[in-house]
Write a protein that binds this ligand. Structure first.
Ligand SMILES: C[S@@+](CC[C@H](N)C(=O)[O-])C[C@H]1O[C@@H](n2cnc3c(N)ncnc32)[C@H](O)[C@@H]1O
Length: 196
């Protein structure tokens, strides 16, 4: 199951457009902000932002770019200093060999008082589902000053099997439906000026 298909299933279970609808609502980006989405994947976050009538530039970058995105790597962004008002790294940092280099690059291309936004799935994600499947719980340490998006979901046995398989897991499912919580951790840092 692709990330897109997994998100679609979770959106269905949660009754919201997971994760970009709640994430963009939380971020409340300025309508004219120039936004760089690093590790944009299929560019769904920027597409969603455009649908909302965003007026600023929206640039997506990925080593394997989809249509409308640029080829490039987080560790060496092909942009001059101070090019964007917001840089997003959504579900990307954990995939990088050198996350510190990516963060330094993101800060370099931000304008003064620009926003560096890092979002990742947090520790609550599907915790109850793994437990019901008899799997060890995922290890994660939440950041202390992060904001946490938490959305309740009811996971059916069928959905749990599909989700577990998408992570390469299998197990004896019992005790469904499970009341669970989708969890996105969001770090939002403002550079060179006051914090939001
Ligand atoms: C889990 S996906 C997340 C995609 C998208 N941000 C989302 O939330 O749907 C991780 C993405 O990171 C990209 N990626 C991997 N290595 C990268 C690198 N060095 N620089 C930028 N992106 C990278 C992958 O190609 C993939 O699109």
């Amino acid at each position: 199951m692709s990330l897109k298909a997994r998100d679609a299933l979770l959106s269905c279970l949660a009754g919201v457009d997971w994760p970009f609808g709640p994430l963009l609502a939380l971020l409340d980006l300025a309508p004219g902000a120039d936004v760089l989405d690093v590790g944009t994947g299929d560019g769904r976050l920027l597409a969603r932002l455009r649908e909302q009538g965003h007026q600023g530039q929206g640039v997506g970058l990925d080593p394997q770019p989809g249509q409308g995105s640029l080829a490039g790597r987080a560790e060496a962004l092909p942009f001059p200093d101070a090019s964007f008002d917001a840089v997003l790294l959504v579900r990307v940092l954990a995939h990088l060999a050198d996350p510190a280099a990516a963060l330094a690059e993101a800060r370099r291309v931000l304008r003064p008082r620009g926003r560096l936004i890092v979002a990742a799935h947090g520790p609550d994600h599907l915790r109850a589902t793994w437990r019901a499947l008899g799997q060890a719980e995922p290890m994660a340490t939440p950041a202390s000053n992060a904001r946490h998006l938490r959305l309740p979901v009811t996971v059916t046995a069928e959905a749990a099997r599909a989700l577990a398989a998408s992570y390469g897991l299998s197990g004896q499912a019992s005790g469904f439906p499970v009341e669970d919580t989708l969890h996105l951790t969001v770090e939002d840092e403002t550079t060179g000026g006051r914090e939001r």
